[in-house]
Design a protein around this ligand. Structure first.
Ligand code: GTP
Ligand code: SPV
Ligand code: MN
Length: 583
């Protein structure tokens, strides 16, 4: 409990609505964590894993209808519809009360209500933010314990201040038709009901650190972005940090934990964050980024020793697994963990599974929750309250065609245009989208921007006017396919070759050819020694087809019309310049 009357009044009001049997204040201690994990085992919600191979690890199976973010029922409940903009679902606060609040009434009868205070950002950090998640899901509370700094520390940081986000979460009856994730940016409030899945229910993550925080960042002159943060150290000991925005399921966690290939001796990569970056100007006019989270909520499938060894080492202890398969010796497995599947498994739905089955053993969006400090490549600076200085911003996505492996934009505004016109093929991270369909996803923020996307573009342009010490903006794409549907670029650790070029461009050292869409490395400008790849294939993904790009730009121009007069003039100017260069 706390002496903060505003918090106490709000907790009371939620209890009035939800009618829990008991209220429990989360303190964040190790003793509490152990006790609550044991409670989950007692309730048969957690399956403890084999203690020898997976110490402190548990498997959790969610409701089978509740396995990914649901964008269809995610709302921005600003007072005015135009503040939510054309890319968000809007509900007026009054309609939200009518439609959503009834699903909370009496929902916690027979349950405990956990009050989880949390900090997004390092403890004591000037740019860290406090929030509360009230939840009737112990799984959610325990995940928040890994993903944020939670409990007493957050109450201490808040004191009697009114600067906190109010998150009200209930599993409700878990029926998809009684499911909603609603955000009230003006009141710094979040309602999530009828779902227990990660991005819908761990309210510190997408709901607070992106949707609420992006609106706050617009008002206060900073950036809240769907970006990983990575430090790159050259053999000479030079350190550069990059921030990269890729849509969900498009490689942030993997890039954030990359291990440089053996043919690049001396290069080191340091993980600062894998999903969210909050960036503010320092006194030096540079953008400094913090990772507001304290853990990784990462995609299991595709994560293996040879693709992401640092992630494997991160999840080996004190981690949770959601919707993966169970092995006979009490371990976990998912597609891509090993080349060959174990002969028999229990699948993510708890059914017997045999190698060769046409069905997946783990859900394609199955996830691990791991403490960031477990990661062997975690940066010594990952909890620095002032953050790390960003030299380059990368935009990327899953583009099987067209978009080159790497490109440097000509200017900040050109970079913003490129981020704004980015598209990506959809993945299993959200339901309701057919997988693999190309959609526009500006700055990888389409599902996460808490206000009008046109105003968001304007905010990026404004940020660019405030400093002449800005990061350079790049575009990357690891996902080009050949005529057989195979990835052309080897990806993963090999992406270091592209990052090296980026760092050297920041220092004005690497070569590039000037094309209408930006500076693109020639094959000779990349570190290719030890790269097991046909040079003509590499040249193929560094090429610019003007005709196809003209089509692409036409599509972007059409898309931008949805923002009407909110689309910034400066971007229209950039678009016209780009069209001229392509004609
Ligand atoms: P969210 O947690 O949903 O935001 O996803 P993310 O952006 O962190 O994506 P993640 O790193 O988990 O990667 C998603 C999928 O893409 C996994 O199956 C990876 O194996 C695959 N992937 C990541 N990087 C690469 C790459 O460089 N090349 C290829 N071919 N696949 C990759
Ligand atoms: C994403 O979908 O971008 C994620 C997973 O990082 S979730 O927490 O569900 O949002
Ligand atoms: Mn993400």
């Amino acid at each position: 409990m706390t002496s903060n009357k505003l918090v106490m009044d709000w907790v009371d009001s939620v209890a009035q609505i939800t009618q829990p049997d008991e209220i429990y204040w989360w303190n964040g201690s190790d003793e509490e964590y152990e006790r609550m994990c044991a409670e989950m085992v007692k309730r048969k919600e957690f399956i403890p894993l084999n203690k020898k191979n997976w110490p402190g690890c548990y498997l959790y199976r969610s409701d089978p209808t509740d396995v990914a973010r649901t964008e269809k029922v995610t709302y921005i409940c600003s007072e005015r519809q135009e503040d939510a903009g054309p890319t968000n679902n809007w509900l007026s606060p009054a309609d939200a009360e009518k439609q959503i609040l009834p699903w909370y009434r009496g929902a916690m009868k027979g349950r405990t209500m956990y009050v989880v205070p949390y900090i997004m950002g390092p403890v004591g950090g000037a740019s860290s933010k406090v929030g509360f998640e009230i939840t009737d899901s112990l799984y959610v509370a325990l995940n928040m314990r890994i993903m944020t700094r939670s409990g007493r520390v957050a109450l201490d940081q808040l004191g009697d201040s009114d600067d906190f986000v109010k998150g009200m979460h209930s599993l409700g009856d878990l029926k998809p038709e009684h499911r909603a994730v609603a955000h009230f940016p003006e009141r710094k409030e979040i309602w999530s009901v009828g779902t227990g899945y990660g991005g819908n229910a761990l309210l510190g993550k997408k709901c607070h650190a992106l949707r609420i925080a992006s609106a706050q960042a617009r008002d206060e002159g900073w950036l809240a972005e769907h970006m990983l943060i990575l430090g790159l150290e050259s053999p000479e000991g030079d350190l550069h940090y990059i921030a990269a925005a890729f849509p969900s399921g498009c490689g942030k966690t993997n890039l954030a934990m990359l291990i440089p290939p053996e043919s690049m001796p001396g290069w080191k990569a340091w993980t600062v964050g894998d999903d969210i970056a909050w960036m503010r100007f320092g006194e030096d006019g540079r953008l400094w980024a913090i990772n507001p989270e304290a853990g990784f909520f990462g995609i299991a499938p595709g994560t293996g020793e040879d693709t992401n060894q640092n992630a494997i080492l991160s999840v080996k202890s004190n981690s949770f697994f959601t919707n993966v398969a169970l092995t006979e010796d009490g371990g976990v497995w998912w597609e891509g963990l090993t080349k060959e599947a174990p002969a028999t498994l229990t699948d993510w739905l708890g059914r017997p599974w045999k190698r060769g089955s046409s069905e997946k053993a783990a859900h394609p969006n199955s996830r691990f929750t791991a403490p960031a400090k477990n990661c062997p490549s975690i940066s010594p600076h990952w909890e620095d309250p002032q953050g790390v200085p960003i030299s380059a911003i990368l935009f990327g996505g899953r583009r099987s065609h067209l978009t080159p492996l790497a490109l440097e934009t000509f200017s900040w505004n050109h970079g913003v245009l490129m981020g704004a016109s980015a598209g990506s093929e959809t993945t299993a991270a959200a339901t309701d989208n057919k997988m693999g369909t190309l959609r526009h996803d500006p700055m990888a923020m389409l599902p996460f921007c808490g206000y009008h996307m046109g105003d968001y573009f304007k905010h990026w342009i404004e940020i660019g006017k405030r400093s002449d010490n800005l990061p350079k903006i790049f575009s990357v794409n690891w996902f080009r396919l050949d005529e057989n549907g195979k990835f052309i670029w080897p990806g993963f650790g090999e992406n270091m070759r592209v990052l090296k070029w980026i760092v050297e461009r920041c220092k004005g050292r690497a070569g590039a050819k000037t094309t209408p869409i930006g500076y693109i490395p020639a094959a000779k400008d990349l570190h290719t020694s030890g790269l097991n790849m046909d040079i003509t294939k590499l040249e193929g993904i560094l090429d610019v087809d003007k005709n196809l790009w003209r089509e692409e730009i036409k599509g972007a121009e059409e898309y931008f019309k949805t923002f009407e007069d909110k689309f910034p003039q400066d971007l229209t100017q950039e678009l016209n310049d780009l069209k001229k260069r392509l004609s």
